[in-house]
Design a protein around this ligand. Structure first.
Ligand SMILES: [Zn+2]
Length: 339
């Protein structure tokens, strides 16, 4: 044990450096059957506007080309990046064989994800699965392979939750937690867009006996934009994740929320660090649109590595903070636990 499970096999954590814990490399996040007539190709003249509305353009909401992914990961590597977790789960057009190819060609470690997204993305046959069946399914994605391949997942999730959480999603959370306990992986959860969502998720998780230090609650940025409500989650032992780094706009395309910017994120993180919770904090970009990639004029997977050190310096925060956030903490959650 003490290993991290990548798409090219298990590796020692000693062989890993800067890590982005929540990204998407090959994906399609457009809701099934929502391709609209207005979806335009992306040019320099419209990229800002397409980016502003983010995934509302289904052309922007997917990236399936191996060559583009390789180029993006080469930029990441040049900037000092080492490992990316692709949290593209079932429902988002996961492509494990593609990830293995990209990892080999770009020379960047990739961890793939077991699990499933929110109910509207899943086929009826999957929604009919009972808890026991889901547990077996997720365990086999970790131990044997994803989507019929021999490429194994090294994390479960992001498990998708709507708001209110559907009864299938409750079953999926429970099954994923038991699968995480059984296999020693950690569990990442995409909460619904509501203040109460994370608390309800933790209530469900507590019935399974999974240690909350193996749980990652994603998207603090849009769920608790001013930080109110996060301390409750930290007190209950879960890891919390600010994964909108690089999104510097206030307009949120998925709801009436004012998004924070990178300075706001770092100020909140420092506040919780001062209260003793630095070990429970993770950061990433959650890239899931083309316009956030370098090839389309975006910031790319290494914005945090390139630019956040200067922000931390200007804020006068401790400069070893970033090492915790993108090295020590993510490697802790990715290291498979003895079971
Ligand atoms: Zn994501």
């Amino acid at each position: 044990m003490g290993n991290i499970r990548t798409v090219l096999g298990d590796i020692s954590k000693d062989d890993v450096g800067n890590t982005m814990i929540h990204e998407h490399i090959l994906f399609d996040i457009a809701l099934p059957n929502t391709k609209s007539q207005d979806d335009k190709e992306i040019f320099l003249s419209n990229r800002w506007q397409v980016d502003y509305f983010s995934n509302q353009n289904s052309e922007n909401a997917s990236q399936k080309k191996i060559s583009v992914a390789v180029e993006e990961l080469e930029y990441f590597s040049e900037d000092g990046g080492s490992l990316i977790v692709d949290q593209t789960v079932f429902g988002l057009d996961r492509n494990p064989e593609g990830l293995a190819k990209v990892s080999k060609l770009a020379g960047v470690h990739i961890v793939a994800a077991a699990g499933c997204y929110t109910e509207p993305y899943l086929p009826e046959s999957f929604l009919e699965m009972e808890c026991e069946e889901l547990i077996r399914h997720f365990v086999s994605e970790i131990n044997f392979g994803l989507d019929g391949s021999r490429i194994r997942a090294g994390i479960i999730g992001e498990i998708g939750c709507s708001w209110p959480i559907t009864s299938f999603e409750k079953r999926a959370i429970k099954a994923a937690a038991i699968a995480a306990k059984t296999t020693g992986t950690s569990l990442s959860i995409h909460p619904g867009r509501a203040y109460e969502s994370c608390l309800q998720i933790l209530d469900i998780l507590e019935t399974t006996g999974l240690n909350p230090n193996r749980v990652i609650l994603c998207h603090m940025d849009r769920t608790f934009p001013d930080g109110q409500g996060i301390k409750e989650l930290l007190k209950r032992g879960a890891n919390v994740e600010w994964d909108f780094f690089g999104i510097e706009q206030s307009y949120y395309w998925m709801g009436n929320t004012e998004l924070p910017n990178d300075y706001d994120r770092l100020r909140l993180i420092q506040k919780f660090a001062d209260e003793g919770y630095i070990d429970q904090i993770l950061i990433s970009h959650d890239i899931c649109t083309k316009t956030r990639m370098r090839s389309f004029g975006g910031h790319g997977y290494s914005h945090i590595v390139r630019n956040v050190p200067e922000l931390i310096k200007r804020l006068g925060f401790e400069n070893n903070m970033l090492k915790k956030l993108i090295y020590e903490n993510p490697l802790n959650v990715l290291t498979l636990k003895e079971v």
